[in-house]
Write a protein that binds this ligand. Structure first.
Ligand code: BGC
Length: 362
């Protein structure tokens, strides 16, 4: 079958025409025909050979972790799925160690050993191939009405997990009845989907990102009802004045300098959620004492979050339906273009601009 793969040793990215087609190996597995695979910053890191590991004993990794597929075959013990159903797979699989309570309790996103696998990223082939096989427990059924946008489910789960944690932490502020104000840092897909989740939860949300207006990301943000401010035109201090007092910062830019700058304008009792993994590793100078003083004297929370749990996928699928009703056509606008697998390298280079690019297997 056709598959897009990276070969880290020889530093190659190739479209394989003859990758072995995966077969059902247990009665609880499902064979899926891939429809679409989203491309993200993590894929860029992988093709730049800064991240990503092939499965043990293999010299290549099939990429792709944001997938939508159609069930073609189910094992004898599979319940709740049948051929023709649309599905979205989760990304991370638990580590094998007894001593990891998170993985043993079904929360590999909180794995403490680091021996988890992630499809398309860490020691397990991904979904950027004509077919994949997966245990039914890692698949989420997708309503057919979401066919055009369900490839956004996985990036949306990042925001769902972040919001779930923010809501949980808000229990320390029992007098706070209203959601408050949020700033989304970055306007890529994870940022814009984060803005949608925050708006849905009732936060007055401002998007703060690099590119000046007009641009497609600003257009989507403002059509949602979130003012868009460019960091080239509006200083962090001004952002604090216009968007504050900031109760939540949802960081989705993966840029450490911008993130620590914005941390300075987090409001009293505020929460700052990091979701981006910085690609560039430029050293950063910051006034640590001033930041610590601010954080302590204002009861602030700084939280990092990665990956997502089973329930976040369910929440994402429910939200996609809500978003389609509340903002008709907007999710579709996040998907800039669809491409053939042969165009993967061009897509992942980031030179095409736009918001989310998707590979299709027609
Ligand atoms: C994926 C996550 C994954 C993380 C770290 C992100 O791009 O969306 O599922 O856990 O990369 O590998």
């Amino acid at each position: 079958m056709k598959a897009v793969a990276v070969f880290p040793k020889s530093r190659e990215v190739r479209v394989l025409e003859d990758a072995p087609e995966p077969k059902l190996r247990s009665p609880t597995q499902v064979r899926v025909r891939t429809l679409e695979v989203g491309v993200c910053g993590t894929d860029k890191e992988i093709v730049d050979f800064r991240y990503g590991t092939p499965p043990e004993g293999e010299d290549y990794l099939i990429v792709g972790h944001e997938a939508l597929g159609e069930v073609v075959e189910v094992g004898a013990q599979v319940q709740g799925l049948k051929p023709g159903d649309l599905v979205v797979p989760r990304v991370r699989r638990p580590c094998p160690h007894e001593r990891c309570p998170a993985c043993r309790h079904g929360y590999p996103d909180f794995c403490i050993t680091g021996d988890y696998t992630e499809r398309g990223i860490v020691k397990a082939h991904g979904f950027c191939a004509q077919f994949f096989v997966e245990e039914v427990t890692y698949l989420h059924k997708v309503p057919s009405a979401l066919r055009q946008v369900a490839v956004l489910t996985e990036p949306l789960t990042i925001a769902e997990k972040a919001l779930r944690e923010v809501e949980h932490l808000k229990e320390r502020l029992p007098w706070e009845q209203k959601p408050g104000k949020a700033v989304v840092l970055g306007s890529g897909p994870v940022g814009l989907l984060g803005a949608m989740v925050l708006l849905r939860a009732g936060y007055g949300t401002t998007v703060y990102s690099r590119s000046p207006k007009p641009n497609p990301k600003a257009e989507v943000a403002e059509a949602l009802g979130a003012p868009y401010l460019s960091s080239k035109e509006v200083s962090v201090e001004e952002l604090g004045k216009r968007a504050g007092p900031v109760d939540v910062v949802y960081e989705a830019a993966g840029a450490s300098k911008a993130a620590f700058d914005v941390l300075r304008v987090l409001g009293p009792n505020g929460m700052f959620v990091f979701t981006g993994v910085p690609g560039r590793k430029e050293p950063l100078e910051l006034d640590g004492a001033a930041l610590l003083k601010q954080m302590v004297l204002q009861n602030q929370v700084v939280l990092g979050t990665v990956n997502a749990a089973d329930m976040d996928f369910d929440a994402a699928l429910e939200d996609l339906e809500r978003f389609r009703t509340r903002w008709p056509g907007r999710l579709e606008r996040i998907i800039t273009a669809r491409h053939s697998p042969e165009e993967f390298q061009q897509v992942v280079s980031g030179k095409l601009g736009g918001i989310k690019h998707v590979i299709t297997f027609g």
